[in-house]
Design a protein around this ligand. Structure first.
Ligand SMILES: *[C@@H]1O[C@H](CO)[C@@H](O)[C@H](O)[C@H]1NC(C)=O
Ligand SMILES: *[C@@H]1O[C@H](CO)[C@@H](O)[C@H](O)[C@H]1NC(C)=O
Ligand SMILES: *[C@@H]1O[C@H](CO)[C@@H](O)[C@H](O)[C@H]1NC(C)=O
Ligand SMILES: *[C@@H]1O[C@H](CO)[C@@H](O)[C@H](O)[C@H]1NC(C)=O
Ligand SMILES: *[C@@H]1O[C@H](CO)[C@@H](O)[C@H](O)[C@H]1NC(C)=O
Ligand SMILES: *[C@@H]1O[C@H](CO)[C@@H](O)[C@H](O)[C@H]1NC(C)=O
Length: 880
């Protein structure tokens, strides 16, 4: 059967001779890389594109991805002048495009000649070969596959797609996953990905993927634009548009940009009115038969298409709408699914590939209108994406030896999104979960009745007994979240019943975890049941796991001599002794600062690390702190390990981190709480301050406040409890706690130079940015890119059991809060401020000490990546 796919030598020779002549068009053309510092640099490129019809190969992202433009000999001087005038750095990437095209063609011929049997997804197949493959699949697997001919292209080629289903598309409870490719003719790597998907679903279905075939229906359209695609083979490898001819519009120029031709904000943004331009949208929406077929597939199946994946190349992006920068109403979920896709692909990427960047297409790249992605979203597909596959350094001319890598890594991303689509689709079917407003009032009523009854109980719970016995009879429960409204239920339980929320969770991808006491268990589980929320027992007896954890730690310490405090869960005294030794041994680079005493009188100390005594104002400051919440024991080792790597164990590849960045590292913000979690209550979270007046007024005996709600930013407005015994009590006023005042002082004293503030917490694998009230900071794109780089770098070194890092706004990803340290840094002027949530694996706060080294080293990668980016952004900040 593979005989079908042996490529005829005859065709090959014909192709080959035709090439030399066709590539002449690009003789003298060059491609230039451009270093973007800022969004305004992108604007310069965008204007050039519109004014001179410059072929923008890649938009780029400031600080992380360079842009690439192709220039003709006529345009070159003019364009490079404009770049120079704007002080934008550029470099020659490809000297001679025609030569690169020839090499690419030779490479492909060689690839095909040296391999006897190539499946069409293992090479760049012709339109005819793709067609034959689809016919063959439909014939061989009639129970599973239906071949549909949508109609003819402008030049009369049949545009065909496959419907793949175990139930003949008749089962309405399954979502449809619709993917298409080669809308832009020159993006050759895209079609193999669709063919490989067909192959994996039909010819090579593996046991672990059975659910993808059984629970999802698929529509796969491998070539949207066959005329353009064939034209790239015969005449012009870099052709992008369709091949329609409309003499009323232009007698010399052919085609339109199919991905600007859809009926959504048509002809408003990122388009040119010049019919010869690469981004000419056509004289009317859907002027092209090819885009009409995509529209028809979308509309015909709109009730069930859960994901539309419009596949392009290149740049490693998962993008969503709208192209005008308005976000769809379900943006949080759209972002999650895209982030899961990017992370799964990143985990198996090759080293030379960039990480996937996830976000709104306008915010991440540039404005557009009339795109397929936007049209899908606008007509009602809940998750509509543009996927930009890798180009490595080759752009559109990816050598065929990379096809297999791109196919298999992208398949990982497709598989995870298909699984998530299934979760979301079942929620969409049950509209009561879909409608936020319907659900909430009932909860509210139920909650207020209960909270009165339980207020007394809470006070009793919070009186401290000694050691882990206080948690005897406590249990931890996983809760499956279907929707954001489910998170709201959890949140209300936390606030009203003083439930200890161990992990917020993310609908569809992460379960929430709550700790329940024997006193509140029944009520809380009843509320979950009443809201139809699935839950399960995660830890039956918290006291028992705490005892195990304690035993584990003492065995770890007994068996190892000379453990450094970053290799274990050290006591506060050992941590301070370590910092003192570092400062003594390395006086030229490390200075110990004693900022003052904690509530209970412990000295709070931090290290300043600098090769230039903090005197060189061209260097950014990276300020990192940990252990604001007492029980988050994995966080001080990470801060101490950073000290170790910068001072005692600086490696050749990290020299820049010490030389170009100044560091402030405060390993324990809250030593009173931390020591209390060692001696009395392992799960203590807050400070240990006592306010007699408050206790008298409320007739309680409560201790401490949540320091991460105690900062002076939107104080006491969101995600807090007025119950002074609650774990999320923010204090009676901002900065009531001496510990948060010290963090404030460090921030304010260094505000001109702190580029990144990293407040380290655990757990959940998140890099979160503000603001916590869901207002996004003006530099949200840059903040997101740095956070995404951090998450991706950590993910590459993570353990298989760990979750991927999720990156995003804290409120949109988790839940609203107020008074957090990271938000305070933002409003005080720190450009990039994050809450980092380290892994908890399945152990939550009680991560066994065996994992400390893993968490230290993987997190160090993320710290290093973000510190390097901070120098780029800081130099931009100093210039402006
Ligand atoms: C329809 O699909 C769902 C989800 O895969 C499955 O649970 C159900 O049994 C199917 N219904 C029929 C009638 O096959
Ligand atoms: C952006 O486009 C979407 C979809 O057409 C539309 O709903 C929204 O109002 C537009 N936003 C602006 C600011 O024009
Ligand atoms: C930094 O500045 C301080 C105070 O001005 C000075 O004492 C110190 O020598 C300077 N250090 C370096 C390395 O220039
Ligand atoms: C200050 O730091 C920058 C960045 O590391 C470096 O290029 C410059 O030479 C330093 N200046 C002095 C006076 O050391
Ligand atoms: C204790 O709290 C009360 C408000 O309940 C406040 O007025 C008072 O200043 C606080 N006392 C101290 C010492 O912080
Ligand atoms: C969110 O908080 C910031 C900082 O205090 C504030 O500027 C912004 O207006 C707030 N947004 C809303 C919607 O309240």
């Amino acid at each position: 059967m593979n005989v079908l796919w042996i490529l005829g030598l005859g065709t090959l020779l014909v192709n080959y001779t035709a090439i030399a002549a066709k590539n002449d068009k690009y003789s003298g053309y060059s491609v230039h890389g451009i270093e973007l510092r800022h969004r305004s640099d992108q604007k310069v490129l965008y204007d050039l594109r519109i004014d001179l019809n410059i072929d923008l190969w890649e938009h780029g992202a400031p600080g992380t991805h360079d842009a690439y433009i192709m220039l003709s000999p006529e345009d070159r001087v003019k364009v490079l002048d404009v770049l120079d005038t704007n002080d934008i750095k550029h470099y020659l990437h490809l000297t001679d495009v025609s030569k690169a095209l020839e090499e690419h063609q030779n490479d492909l011929s060689h690839w095909q000649q040296t391999r006897k049997t190539l499946m069409p997804f293992q090479t760049y197949p012709t339109y005819t070969e793709v067609d034959a493959y689809m016919e063959h699949i439909a014939e061989q697997y009639p129970d599973l596959v239906t071949l549909v001919n949508a109609g003819n292209s402008f030049e009369g080629r049949a545009i065909k797609y496959l419907k793949i289903s175990t139930s003949n598309f008749a089962n309405q409870s399954k979502p449809i996953y619709f993917m298409d490719a080669t809308m832009h003719a020159r993006e050759w790597v895209t079609t193999p990905v669709t063919l490989y998907t067909i192959h994996r679903l039909v010819e090579d279905l593996r046991d672990e993927d059975r659910d993808l075939l059984e629970d999802v229906d698929w529509i796969i359209l491998p070539i949207v634009n066959p005329d353009g695609y064939e034209f790239t083979r015969t005449d012009d490898r870099l052709w992008r548009g369709t091949r329609s001819y409309n003499p009323d519009v232009s007698t010399t120029c052919y085609g339109v940009d199919a991905n600007r031709n859809f009926d959504v904000n048509f002809n408003t943004l990122g388009v040119s009115t010049n019919p010869c331009a690469l981004n000419y949208p056509g004289h009317a929406p859907f002027s092209e038969p090819e885009t009409r077929y995509v529209r028809d597939i979308l509309l015909e199946n709109i009730d069930r298409i859960q994901i539309y994946m419009n596949i392009h190349s290149w740049g490693n992006y998962v993008l969503y709408g709208y192209g005008n920068a308005t976000l769809p109403s379900n943006k949080v979920h759209v972002h999650y699914v895209a982030a899961a896709m990017g992370a799964h692909i990143d985990a198996v990427k090759i080293p030379q590939a960039s990480y996937y960047t996830i976000g709104n297409s306008n915010l991440i790249l540039y404005g557009s209108s009339g795109s397929a992605q936007d049209y899908g979203q606008a007509v009602g597909v809940p998750f509509s994406y543009t996927l930009e596959l890798p180009g490595y350094r080759y752009g559109f001319l990816v050598p065929p030896k990379y096809i297999e890598q791109i196919n298999t890594e992208t398949w990982c991303g497709i598989a995870v999104t298909a699984r998530l689509s299934n979760t979301y689709y079942s929620a969409r079917n049950q509209s009561k979960y879909w409608s936020y407003s319907k659900l909430c009032p009932t909860i509210k009523r139920k909650m207020s009745a209960i909270s009165i009854v339980l207020f007394v109980g809470i006070a009793i719970n919070s009186v401290i007994a000694a050691n882990s016995d206080i948690y005897s009879g406590y249990s931890v429960h996983g809760v499956q979240l279907r929707h954001r409204s489910d998170q709201k239920v959890i949140f209300e339980v936390q606030a009203d019943l003083n439930v200890d929320l161990w992990e917020h969770g993310a609908p569809g991808s992460r379960d929430a975890f709550i700790m329940l006491s024997p006193k509140n268990r029944v009520e809380v589980l009843n509320i979950l049941d009443a809201n139809d929320m699935k839950h399960y027992l995660h830890v039956a007896d918290v006291a028992k796991t705490l005892r195990e954890h304690e035993g584990d730690l003492s065995r770890w310490q007994q068996r190892r001599q000379n453990l450094e405090p970053f290799q274990t869960y050290a006591r506060y005294g050992e941590i301070v002794a370590y910092m003192e030794r570092i400062a003594r041994q390395y006086p030229d680079i490390a200075k110990l600062v004693n900022i003052g005493k904690s509530f209970e009188g412990r000295d709070i100390k931090y290290l300043k690390i600098s090769t230039s005594d903090f005197n060189n104002s061209s260097k950014p400051i990276y300020f990192m702190d940990a252990t604001m919440h007492a029980r988050e024991w994995v966080t001080p080792p990470v801060a101490l390990y950073a000290i170790h790597r910068l001072v005692e164990d600086l490696r050749e590849g990290d020299r820049d981190l010490l030389e170009n960045v100044d560091w402030i590292i405060l390993p324990v913000v809250n030593p009173d709480g931390y020591e209390f979690s060692h001696t009395d209550d392992r799960l203590w979270r807050g400070t240990r301050s006592v306010n007699e007046t408050t206790n008298q007024i409320t007739n309680t005996n409560c201790i401490g406040v949540d320091p991460n709600r105690n900062f002076d930013v939107n104080f006491n407005t969101l995600g807090v409890s007025s119950d002074p015994c609650s774990q999320i009590y923010p204090g009676h006023e901002p900065f009531s706690e001496v510990e948060t005042r010290y963090v404030r002082d460090i921030l304010l004293e260094n505000i001109d130079r702190i580029q990144i503030y990293m407040d380290i917490h655990s757990w959940g694998n998140y890099v979160l940015y503000g603001l916590d009230n869901a207002t996004l900071p003006s530099n949200v794109v840059d903040q997101h890119l740095v956070a995404a780089a951090m998450g991706a770098h950590i993910d590459t070194a993570k353990l298989p059991v760990a979750d991927f890092y999720l990156v995003g706004n804290s409120n949109l990803m988790l839940y609203g809060t107020s008074g957090a340290g990271s938000d305070y840094a933002v409003v005080s002027g720190v450009p990039m401020s994050y809450t980092l949530e380290l892994p908890g694996y399945r152990y939550s706060f009680e991560v066994p000490p065996q994992y400390i080294e893993q968490i230290n080293t993987e997190t160090w990668r993320g710290i290093a990546a973000s510190a390097r980016l901070s120098t780029i952004y800081y130099s931009g900040r100093v210039r402006s």
